[in-house]
Design a protein around this ligand. Structure first.
Ligand code: GLC
Length: 543
C-alpha cells in the first residue's frame, strides 16, 4: 500500500459553537479556538475537523449554510478564519472544513432565487415537484415542503429549512467545485463531507442513499478539486458496508481518503424506534462489527476510527460507566480505538471523559432532531410516551455531545463569560480540562500517550499498518486483539465490564506498553494467568 501522510494522523473534531467563546455572547468562536491551539498541540493531534462555521441561521447549528464562503458573525470573520489556519499551521495542525453539500439553508441566495419563480435560473438548483411522495425527513415529518409562491413542493431530507441541492444539475456541481477550490486556496488541509452518500439520489425512484450517480459525482469532484493536492477527505456515509466503503476509499478509484461507517455506532438501536429506544449494549456484537471493518481493507481503502461526534452520545456514558469507573472506562475505549488500524478521530471533550447530560425539560434541548422527532413520535403518532422519549434523549440525543466544553471550574466552565447558547453540564466543576491537566493519571494524558505511541514510537508502524486479528471472539466481556507488523506483535486486551476477569492466553509478554490502571508491571506480566480489574485495558508487546 502506498503510504499517505494522513495514515498516521490523529484528528480532533471541534464543534465551534460549544468549544470556546472569546466574545462573551454565549457562542463559541474562531478566536476562542485559536486560544486553545496550544492545548490541542499538547494533546498531540495533527488535524482539526472544524464543524461548520459558515454563515447560517443555525436551524441545524451550521449544517444549514447560507453562504459557503462567508463566516457566521457569531464565529468571527474571514480574517479570523485565515488567522486560525495560519496559527494552526505554525503548530503543524491542519484544518479540515466541513462541506455540507447535500443541502443548503433556505436562506442561501440560490434558494431565495430558486423559490422566486418556476423559470428562475436557480430553479433547478433544488428539487421541485408538483406532488409530494411518501418520502420522510430524517428529522421527522414529510420530506416535502409546499411553497405557495410557485405552488410546488421542494425536497428536504433534513429540516424544511434545509432544501436539498439538485445534483442532477451540472451547474450545481460546478459551483460547488469552485467553492471547494477556493477553500483549498485558503490553505486548509482537507474536508469532511457531510451525508455525502445522499448526493447521488434518484428522488422519483425513492432512492436517497447510495444512488447511481454518487460515485461518478465523487470521481468528478476528485478530478476537479482533490487530485494531486495532498488533501485529506472523509465522507460521512451512514449506509456504508465494507463493499461500499471500498468504492469510496480505494485509492485506485480516486474518490475520498476514507469514510465514516456507522455500523458500530448503531448496534444498539431499536429496530423500530432507532436511537430513541436503545437496546442493551452487546460487547460480542461490537467486536464482530469492528473486527469485520478492521479486516476489510487490503490496501483498497482506509478506516476512519471514532466513538463520538457531534451527533452521538458520549462513549463513556453510552457503553462505559460514567460514575464509579468514569476515567478508567474512558481510557479503555480510547485504548481499544487507538490500538486499531485507521485514522482516529477524537471529539471535543472526549479527551477529558465528558459525559452525557440530563435536562429535565424538553425546552432545555436545542437540537432540531430532538424537537422534530418529539413532535412526530410523541405528539402526532403517539408511538412513544413523553417519558420514553425523554429516556431516549438522555441515552442518545445529539445535545449530549453539544453542551459547552468544560475548561475549568469557574462560572460556565470557563467556556463563556456570557449565557451559553446551550446549558452546560453541571458536572463541569469536577470534570474539566484544568483538572485533567493537573492530574498525571487523567484521561487526557492517556490520550496523549496513545497519540504519541501511534505517531512517534517504536510501535508506530505496527499501530498504523499492522494486521489485525480478533482473539476470544465469543467472550461476552473481553475485547482482545493482536496487531502484527513484520516481527513485532502487540496485544490489546480490554475488560469491557464491571466484573473481574481471569484469562489465559498462550502468548508471552515482552512488556506492558500501556495500562489504564496503576499497577506494578510484574502484576500483569503473565498472559497465561492474567487477571483484569473492571474496565482494565492493557497494550502489550509480545515476544
Ligand atoms: C450530518 C451532520 C448532522 C446534520 C446532518 C444534516 O449527519 O453530522 O449534524 O444534522 O448531517 O446536515
Amino acid at each position: 500500500m502506498e503510504k499517505q501522510w494522513w495514515h498516521s494522523a490523529v484528528v480532533y473534531q471541534v464543534y465551534p459553537r460549544s468549544f470556546c467563546d472569546s466574545s462573551g455572547d454565549g457562542n463559541g468562536d474562531l478566536l476562542g479556538i485559536i486560544s486553545k491551539l496550544d492545548y490541542l498541540q499538547t494533546l498531540g493531534i495533527d488535524l482539526i475537523w472544524l464543524s461548520p462555521v459558515y454563515l447560517s441561521p443555525m436551524k441545524d447549528n451550521g449544517y444549514d449554510i447560507a453562504d459557503y464562503q462567508a463566516i457566521d458573525p457569531r464565529f468571527g470573520g474571514l480574517e479570523d478564519m485565515r488567522e486560525l489556519i495560519a496559527q494552526a499551521k505554525q503548530r503543524n495542525i491542519g484544518i479540515m472544513m466541513d462541506l455540507v453539500l447535500n443541502h443548503s439553508s433556505d436562506q442561501h441566495e440560490w434558494f431565495k432565487q430558486s423559490r422566486q419563480s418556476r423559470d428562475n435560473p436557480y430553479r433547478d438548483y433544488y428539487i421541485w415537484r408538483d406532488q409530494p411522495s411518501e418520502l420522510r425527513s430524517i428529522f421527522g415529518g414529510s420530506a416535502w415542503q409546499y411553497d405557495p409562491q410557485t405552488e410546488q413542493y421542494y425536497c428536504h431530507l433534513f429540516a424544511d429549512a434545509q432544501p436539498d441541492l439538485n445534483w442532477e444539475n451540472p451547474q450545481v456541481a460546478k459551483e460547488i467545485h469552485q467553492m471547494i477550490n477556493w477553500w483549498t486556496e485558503q490553505g486548509v488541509a482537507g474536508f469532511r463531507l457531510d451525508v455525502i452518500d445522499l448526493i447521488g439520489k434518484q428522488i422519483d425512484q425513492g432512492i436517497t442513499e447510495n444512488g447511481p450517480r454518487l460515485h461518478p459525482l465523487l470521481q468528478q469532484m476528485h478530478q476537479a478539486c482533490f487530485k494531486g493536492k495532498a488533501l485529506v477527505t472523509v465522507g460521512e456515509t451512514w449506509g456504508a458496508t465494507p463493499e461500499l466503503a471500498k468504492l469510496y476509499s480505494d485509492p485506485a478509484r480516486q474518490e475520498l481518503s476514507m469514510v465514516f461507517q456507522f455500523e458500530h455506532a448503531a448496534i444498539d438501536w431499536h429496530p423500530q424506534h432507532g436511537k430513541w429506544q436503545p437496546q442493551p449494549f452487546n460487547v460480542v456484537a461490537l467486536k464482530q462489527v469492528l473486527s469485520k471493518w478492521q479486516t476489510t481493507f487490503k490496501g483498497d481503502g482506509w478506516n476512519a476510527l471514532f466513538w463520538n461526534n457531534h451527533d452521538l452520545p458520549r462513549i463513556v456514558s453510552r457503553w462505559g460507566n460514567d460514575q464509579q469507573y468514569r476515567q478508567r472506562s474512558a481510557k479503555l475505549f480510547a485504548t481499544l480505538l487507538h490500538g486499531m488500524q485507521g485514522t482516529p478521530y477524537i471529539y471535543q471533550g472526549e479527551e477529558i471523559a465528558m459525559t452525557n447530560v440530563r435536562f429535565e425539560q424538553l425546552e432545555d434541548y436545542d437540537d432540531i432532531e430532538i424537537t422534530n422527532n418529539y413532535q412526530e413520535k410523541v405528539v402526532e403518532q403517539q408511538s412513544l410516551s413523553h417519558q420514553q422519549f425523554m429516556q431516549g434523549v438522555y441515552a442518545s440525543g445529539r445535545d449530549n455531545a453539544r453542551t459547552p466544553m468544560q475548561w475549568d471550574a469557574s462560572a460556565n466552565g470557563g467556556f463563556s463569560s456570557g449565557q451559553p447558547w446551550l446549558k452546560i453540564n453541571p458536572n463541569y466543576t469536577e470534570i474539566n480540562v484544568a483538572a485533567a491537566l493537573n492530574e498525571p493519571q487523567s484521561v487526557f494524558y492517556h490520550y496523549q500517550q496513545l497519540i504519541a505511541l501511534r505517531k512517534s514510537s517504536e510501535y508506530s508502524d505496527t499501530l498504523i499498518y499492522g494486521s489485525y486479528q480478533l482473539l476470544l471472539p465469543e467472550h461476552p466481556q473481553v475485547f482482545a486483539y493482536l496487531r502484527q507488523y513484520q516481527q513485532q506483535r502487540l496485544l490489546v486486551v480490554a475488560n469491557v465490564s464491571e466484573l473481574d476477569q481471569r484469562l489465559s492466553f498462550e502468548l508471552k509478554a515482552k512488556q506492558v506498553i500501556l495500562n489504564n490502571l496503576q499497577q506494578a508491571k510484574g502484576a500483569v506480566q503473565h498472559l497465561s494467568a492474567l487477571q483484569l480489574a473492571p474496565y482494565q485495558a492493557i497494550i502489550y508487546e509480545l515476544e
